[in-house]
Ligand binder design. Structure first.
Ligand SMILES: Cc1cc2nc3c(=O)[nH]c(=O)nc-3n(C[C@H](O)[C@H](O)[C@H](O)COP(=O)(O)OP(=O)(O)OC[C@H]3O[C@@H](n4cnc5c(N)ncnc54)[C@H](O)[C@@H]3O)c2cc1C
Length: 473
């Protein structure tokens, strides 16, 4: 590590790794710093007893959406990881206590027919199908401008325009709550519409043996190709600011000079901890302190001595979701929790030793600050639901690792263990989203807190992409 760089990037989650690739591509002498021994932040993958486990389990788009866009922007489309597409997967779900499986195949028309047949169990009326068709026709053809017009309308109001059937609300509400980590009545209809527009197209899981960390790995490979330096096990203690300009960072008492610092550790952590609130106007600090974050998420990683399902994807959306999400939002452990799984080793055999299976389960918690919730109880609840869903699974567990919001906070360096980032609620999207450009000259933010479009990892990479104009020399 040298004493002076053009750009220092803090963090190697999707947001940091993507910003590092962009900075290096534009010819800046770039240093990327990561406090952990492995890269990836909330998209990290670690190895244990021959299994490769994702910290959070993640389904994402790879060649489509921001991840593919970023690699194309830096002229590295060859680095886009190999991918297994969700549309090709068999699915096993329980929706409002109704269990169903949708077999794997590649023909979408067939998929739709099977789904319709299965969903008919809900006794949808012809009017419901008309509403469904209208909703799809509308969202699939929405222009960017129409999506923006929906930004400040909540998703529940938007869905009420189309659906009266509670199961449509359950399916959309359940997936939205799990994906965006916020209640339907808070979350932006524009975000829901853009997710619906993207649909399942391109969604999937990387299959190059790196788990979901394949995405930040691919960005860092691009960064290294353009001579960026990466330092692991190196936590930034302070971002030095003088006269409203960035000077560099402090690491273990050592000063590294740089006139541009891009922090992906979180906007709150950057302003309040790494820079210090005294360096900002009081009004700005107040705004940062009042940002709302997505629900905290947690994950269970099952290492199994034999496969318990042939369906790579699925989960449970319990009945009475409105009561459940209302309990969750108040920190009350609900009767049942919505959860989702990916049997990653069924998609990429490199994820588990031969003949064994790795299943990653995620569920949502509350927007509470770590330390105030007994996560053990929430995990036990999901474990018992998983055991009902996959009868006999408990006899096949080699180990089951738990990632609680407290773990997420400690390995990602965030104040709270929020799953996604600054929540995409009606008052925090579009022009009301925090800007990636800070009021301090040379200080930028990247990552999911400042991304404008998409969700989760894609939001994080979108945050980096928005920095492009500031990185062109
Ligand atoms: C359980 C769970 C399931 C999820 N499922 C999905 C999903 O299915 N699909 C999806 O798209 N998204 C999903 N997400 C959300 C997604 O993982 C996050 O939104 C995204 O990864 C955030 O990326 P980021 O770059 O903004 O932040 P992070 O990944 O948190 O990166 C921040 C980085 O900064 C580093 N850092 C922090 N402090 C310092 C310091 N002082 N010095 C140096 N380095 C530091 C951290 O170690 C970390 O590497 C899930 C998240 C969780 C927790």
């Amino acid at each position: 590590m040298e004493d002076k760089y053009d750009v220092i990037v803090i963090g190697t989650g999707c947001g940091g790794a993507a910003a590092g690739a962009l900075a290096a591509y534009h010819g800046h002498k770039t240093l990327i710093l990561e406090k952990n021994s492995i890269i990836g932040g909330r998209t990290a993958t670690y190895e244990k007893q021959g299994f490769k486990m994702d910290h959070g389990h993640v389904m994402l788009r790879c060649d489509r959406g921001p991840h593919g866009k970023l690699l194309r922007m830096v002229d590295c489309p060859d680095l886009i990881p190999k991918y297994s597409y969700a549309l090709d997967w068999g699915v096993q779900v329980s929706i409002a206590d109704k269990k169903m499986v949708i077999p794997p195949h590649k023909r979408r028309a067939f998929l739709l027919l099977v789904m319709l047949k299965e969903i008919f169990n809900f006794r949808f009326k012809p009017d419901d199908w008309v509403s469904f068709a209208k909703f799809n026709a509308k969202t699939l053809n929405m222009s960017g401008r129409e999506i923006e017009e929906l930004y400040h309308i909540d998703a529940k109001t938007f869905l009420n325009r189309y659906f009266t059937n509670k199961y449509f609300h359950l399916i959309f509400g359940g997936t939205t709550t799990v994906c965006l980590g916020a209640l339907m009545e808070e979350v932006s209809a524009g975000v829901v519409a853009s997710i619906s527009k993207a649909g399942l197209k391109g969604l999937g899981y990387p299959v190059n043996g790196e788990g979901v960390s394949a995405i930040p790995h691919s960005f860092l490979k691009a960064a290294k190709k353009f001579n960026a330096h990466l330092k692991l096990n190196t936590a930034v203690d302070e971002i030095l600011v003088e006269n409203n300009e960035v000077r560099g960072v402090m690491i273990n008492g050592r000063f590294i000079e740089s006139s541009i610092v891009i922090s992906s550790v979180g906007i709150g952590e950057t302003v309040l901890n790494l820079v210090g609130e005294d360096k900002f106007e009081a009004e700005y600090v107040e705004r940062i302190k009042n940002l709302k974050y997505s629900y905290e998420g947690f994950s269970l990683k099952y290492a199994l001595d034999k496969p318990v399902t042939k369906y790579p994807w699925g989960g449970e959306i319990p009945d009475n979701l409105e009561k459940i999400t209302s309990d969750m939002s108040r920190g009350i452990l609900p009767e049942r929790l919505p959860w989702m799984y990916v049997a990653a080793s069924s998609l990429d055999p490199a994820i588990a030793p031969k003949g064994k299976q790795a299943i990653f389960v995620i569920s949502g918690g509350t927007p509470e600050v770590p330390g105030q919730v007994d996560w053990g109880k929430w995990m036990d609840k999901v474990k018992s639901q998983v055991a009902e869903f996959f009868p006999g699974i408990n006899r096949h567990i080699i180990f089951c690792d738990e990632t609680t919001p407290n773990h997420i906070a400690s390995f990602s360096g965030r104040i709270c263990g929020d799953a996604v980032g600054v929540a995409q609620t009606i008052d925090q999207v579009g022009e009301l989203r925090p800007s990636p450009v800070s009021p301090i000259k040379g200080l930028f933010y990247s990552g999911a807190d400042v991304g404008k479009d998409h969700v989760g990892t894609e939001l994080a990479t979108d945050g980096a992409i928005s920095l492009e104009p500031y990185l062109q020399i």
